[in-house]
Design a binder for this molecule. Sequence first.
Ligand SMILES: C[S@@+](CC[C@H](N)C(=O)[O-])C[C@H]1O[C@@H](n2cnc3c(N)ncnc32)[C@H](O)[C@@H]1O
Length: 250
Amino acid sequence: MAQDSQAPAKVVSTWSGQAREQAVQRMFTAIAGVYDLNNTLLSFGLHYRWKKIAASLITPVDQGMALDVGAGTADLALLVEPRMGPKGRVIASDLNHAMLSEGLKKVADKGLADKIICLQASAEHLGFADNTFDAVTTGFCMRNVGDLPQAVSEIRRIIKPGGRFICLEFSRPVFGWLRTLYDWYSFTLLPWIGTKVARDSTGVYEYLPASIRTFPDQERLCQILRAAGFQQVEYRNLTGGIVAIHIAVK
Ligand SMILES: C[S@@+](CC[C@H](N)C(=O)[O-])C[C@H]1O[C@@H](n2cnc3c(N)ncnc32)[C@H](O)[C@@H]1O
């Protein structure tokens, strides 16, 4: 696994391609050690519930293979593992070494290192053979990838025919009042917490709301999934659409 040696740098929202990937890498390297705690505080503990619902949408199999893309600290991979059966396997893949290392500690603590394999890989180039996985999940990763249609096509390629892709991601709140409240929280309160309380120097608290606003909304993401060849594409809003789970079948 390659490690990042560069100092943390501010993440800005106008980059693309390699510069974007490097900036995302530096940001997650800098926050990996506090990621779980921050996630729980900033989502008021809701992130774990969202992940549980996403994992419950995977059809249980006897001896299955699942992939969690952008697995980070492995929460979702840990929830998917029981659904792959006693002899099943889960690959927890992520671009970032530091996030995966945190994930690996959790996996090892639970005695699951032989069932959940942590692998450093980009969502756009996963490197598995066609039709390998019974299911692919991803949680809060897709809005970070440089080329979303490429990542979605790559994910479809490696799912077995009939297998499901479950995508958990921030989306567009359905109620006007919730959008106003959420905008105030994410553009005013969140950056304030970041600079004053967490003394953040990576720009993550500005990057987070910006990346959510520029990510396709519920309907647009359905179109991208269909354009990649997925069928039976549907979504489920959680917490008023702050988060959505898209379900797509190969
Ligand atoms: C917000 S974290 C989510 C982690 C975890 N899935 C969760 O729900 O807590 C986003 C993760 O996506 C990873 N990531 C960003 N861009 C990626 C890419 N192009 N390919 C693979 N992983 C990527 C980051 O390194 C980070 O670990």
